[in-house]
Design a protein around this ligand. Structure first.
Ligand code: PGA
Length: 256
């Protein structure tokens, strides 16, 4: 399986012109990648213009940072799965901690996951605890986010699921804002994988990529993928600097 590296641009950059420039630099930098699937998750507004510069052969895919679960109609300000799909989006991030902080519940996350997976796009379900308690190996909050987020979803749809473990305290702009360490990530993602086995069986669960996110940059990316044994990374701050992000992609590309 290729490693998945997702650039979560959040509410950046300020103009379409800057977005296009950043995407184009990353597109060029990602050309030679063989072992890594690079994904850009820009604000909705920039998706169509970036989609235009990505050909079918490009090593870069487009993701959305959010979605609405209804198919269409009177939902002011929302965007549907079919609209995203028609604009070239292949993956959708669901349940990011910054959306949960705005009131998104596991029930809403579940509806959004159903919408994404039901439209045959890949869903990136984000889970993670706000604080690390030393004596707790698998915080209940992560267990609930997995179970409640994935409830009543057909097992066959899990092949398009990606799980991103993002401890909130490790996100560059939140809490302590310092990355976790690869050993912890290895331990907790092993528990997450085991939980997924229990939910859908080993065969299906083995197809689910498990990523790490939280203050990842070009310096620490390799250690997380190699020693943390994750299948990829979700990158915020460092993905806004083309040079840094391309450097990060190349570090992961080198891993055998
Ligand atoms: P960060 O953000 O890399 O800036 O910590 C990660 C995320 O929130 O997805």
């Amino acid at each position: 399986m290729k490693k998945i590296i997702i650039a979560n641009w959040k509410m950046n950059p300020q103009t379409a012109r800057q977005a296009l420039q950043l995407a184009d630099e990353v597109r060029r930098g990602a050309k030679s990648l063989k072992n890594v699937e690079a994904v850009l998750a820009p604000p909705f507004l920039y998706i169509p213009i970036i989609s235009k510069i990505l050909s079918g052969k490009s090593n870069l895919r487009l993701a959305a940072q959010d979605i609405f679960w209804e198919k269409g109609g009177a939902y002011t300000g929302e965007i549907s799965a079919d609209q995203l799909k028609a604009s070239g989006v292949k993956l959708v991030i669901v349940g990011h901690s910054e959306r949960r902080a705005l009131g998104e519940t596991n029930e809403i996350v579940n509806k959004k996951l159903k919408a994404v997976l039901g439209a045959s796009m890949r869903a990136v379900l984000c889970v993670g605890e706000a604080e690390r308690q030393k004596e707790v190996a698998f915080p209940k909050i992560i267990r609930d986010e997995l179970h409640e987020g994935l409830t009543r979803i057909k097992k066959s749809l899990f092949r398009n699921l990606v799980v991103a473990y993002e401890p909130i305290w490790a996100i560059s702009t939140a809490g302590r804002g310092r990355a976790d360490n690869p050993q912890n990530i290895y331990e907790i993602t092993t528990i997450i994988r085991r939980e997924l086995y229990r939910m859908v069986g080993k065969r299906t669960a083995s197809k689910i990529s498990v990523l790490y996110g939280g203050s990842v940059d070009d310096k620490n990316a390799r250690a997380f993928v190699k020693d943390g044994a994750v299948d990829g990374l979700l990158v915020g701050g460092a993905s806004l600097d083309a040079k840094k992000f391309i450097g990060l992609l190349k570090e992961v590309e080198k891993i055998q």
